[in-house]
Design a protein around this ligand. Sequence first.
Ligand code: NAD
Ligand code: DAU
Length: 330
Amino acid sequence: MKLLVTGGAGFIGSNFVIKSLRVKKDLEIIVIDKLNYAAHPDAIKNLERCKLVVDDICNKDAVFDLVKEVDAVVHFAAESHNDNSLRNPYPFIESNIVGTTNILEACKNYKVRLHHISTDEVFGDLALDDPHKFTRYTPYAPSSPYSASKASADMLVRAWVRSFGLEATISNCSNNYGPYQHIEKFIPRMITNRLMGVKPKLYGDGLNVRDWIHVDDHIAGVWLILEKGAPGQTYLLGANGEKSNLEVVKTLNRLMGYPEDDYEHVKDRAGHDRRYAIDASDTIAELGFSPKYTDFEAGLKATINWYSDHPEFWHLDKEAVENSYKQQGQ
Ligand code: NAD
Ligand code: DAU
């Protein structure tokens, strides 16, 4: 099988490429990635059966040339950080909406199977005491320019399925953690703060809840969908990992040898979603999805060890990332 992986030099994309090639010996991968600030091409550069093409999915000709060579496309490429989308939404509109349209047109033209990677944020948020979780039937209600751009992309995929018979699936996954995540994101920012002797910074009251899943479980879910998913279907991926940000910081402090309450509150994110929670029961029943990393503390410990062992991944960026947060009062 030959796959085109968009955004394969980013956090989830690079984990997908590395781990898929390790276990699937007849798999070839072409990565298209424009190498924005979140990319780390060194992680995939010298892999056998993997070719990296440095280009932008907004470049329609490049996308068409690559899609015609492959059996399927897994579409990770996106601008992915909410805080950045609040400062400047335009790259999100370009990459996440225009870029996705190019992928759809190319897949339609060459009749290539597409799996589109989306997020639980398209459903908006839940109250802390809401007994319901997100399902594939939850109406879309995105809050930020980022989540609105992802919701738009999902709608485009659905339109191409219905109007052109495109063989496409969508997954909406919850918050990922694991190696190679950019240090602008919550867990890696908190770990690398601690490693630099800086206190973790909680937005607002710190009671917002995220539903954590290890990146390897996300990847396993994507493969199940690629191999067994029904064309046109949406699959939710999550691992019952709801935790408040405060709980995460306390656990992290304890694991890193600091008092649990050694953190500070900073300015809240505008429009900050209160809680995400995934009901993955349809994906479990239909595809046998079964997350392996059910012990969040063990997964977090492994992630702390990874960032401690790989300062080359984040050291050079840390000062600039923190300066940028400082300007926002965060
Ligand atoms: P990331 O920011 O770490 O990586 C994104 C990658 O896409 C980068 O390598 C970047 O260079 C590339 N890219 C961006 N725009 C591009 C363009 N126009 N052309 C070519 N390449 C481009 O993001 P991530 O966290 O790995 O997220 C990957 C996907 O998974 C995104 O679609 C995101 O919405 C989705 N998702 C992420 C999470 C999460 O918790 N991180 C959860 C659910 C879904
Ligand atoms: O739910 C899936 C989404 O998860 C993905 O679609 C996004 O691409 C991904 O970035 C992530 O979005 P979040 O906004 O939930 O992730 P982030 O890591 O930015 O923040 C997680 C929570 O932690 C959120 O409630 C904000 C809070 N936070 C974040 C940072 C960076 C803090 O309290 N302090 C911080 O310094």
